[in-house]
Design a protein around this ligand. Structure first.
Ligand code: ZN
Length: 295
């Protein structure tokens, strides 16, 4: 009796495990470096991929370093998608460390025409903040998925086409709404909107001190106000996580408007709970830009 029970239990466990493992193994195992890459992988992979995003919610994506656990997970994955253009400085180190020959490593911005960071001899890494770049990056992801999982090639193509179409429609909306404000300069916390500004004929000025938690000294404040007056800045934007007080004080002193722009570098828990996506946040960014210019 005991023997039969053990056998039955064994069988039950085997089938139970088998079912789960199969389901998991059927899906393409995808690792992504930070939020915009996760979003691309999910939009294009949908039900056929299992996406693990490495940079935790709310964490500063520029400072992220993968843990030993992240690397162990990567070794078991099928595809790893990173933005490139210098965003993930740690990728070179891990690609040397990873022994799995089956892992497909995808530099999503490889075919993007990068621009230089102002005053620096390096590429601006914020390629994903341009809808035109994102179309190119989506193609790179669709290509990678089709190669890694040819069985679902048609589905990936279909998902990519739908996503690309909505990006093009949103780009047209940006172009139309921002047309009257061509040539304007926006002040931002950190210089992340270079590609977006390029697409719609705007300029950005990164206001040092706007992104830090602490308030700048009175001397620094005075300098920031002078710069904004001299550069003929129209709007001052702060990022969702930064302290709006500094931006508000400056805006009052200089008689300009304020707004919030998201860099999409990391979604907050609140945004995640609300079901925010790359597209919904890019729509919010357009509203913020338009509202601020129009006021
Ligand atoms: Zn950034």
């Amino acid at each position: 009796m005991k023997k039969i029970l053990a056998l039955m239990l064994g069988l039950f466990m085997m089938t139970g495990c088998h079912g789960n493992t199969n389901q998991e193994h059927d899906k393409l195992q995808v690792y992504t470096s930070f939020y915009p890459m996760q979003s691309l992988a999910e939009e294009i992979g949908k039900d056929y991929v299992n996406v693990v995003n490495m940079t935790p919610e709310g964490e500063e994506a520029h400072d992220f370093e993968p843990s030993v656990q992240d690397i162990a997970g990567l070794e078991k994955a099928d595809v790893f998608i990173y933005n490139g253009a210098g965003m993930e400085h740690w990728v070179e180190d891990i690609s040397d460390a990873i022994e799995s020959k089956d892992l497909m490593i995808v530099n999503a911005s490889e075919k993007v025409d990068t621009i230089q960071l102002e005053g620096k001899d390096v590429a601006d890494p914020h390629t994903w903040l341009s809808l035109r770049n994102v179309v190119i990056q989506a193609e790179a992801v669709a290509d990678a998925f089709s190669k890694a999982d040819p069985k679902h090639k048609e589905e990936y193509r279909k998902n990519a086409d739908a996503f690309i179409q909505s990006m093009k429609a949103l780009d047209e909306k940006y172009t139309k709404l921002l047309e009257p404000y061509k040539g304007k300069t926006i002040a931002v916390a950190h210089a992340s909107f270079g590609y977006l500004c390029r697409d719609y004929g705007l300029s950005q000025l990164a206001v040092d001190g706007l992104s830090s938690e602490s308030e700048p000294s009175p001397a620094k404040m005075k300098e920031m106000i002078e710069t904004i007056k001299n550069e003929n800045i129209s709007v001052i934007f702060y990022e969702g996580v930064s302290n709006p007080k500094v931006a508000q004080t400056i805006a009052e002193e200089t008689n300009i408007n304020t707004g919030t722009l998201s860099t999409l570098e990391s979604l907050s828990t609140e945004e995640k709970e609300k079901g925010a996506t790359y597209q919904s946040i890019m729509e919010q960014n357009l509203e913020a830009l338009y509202d601020a210019f129009r006021q």
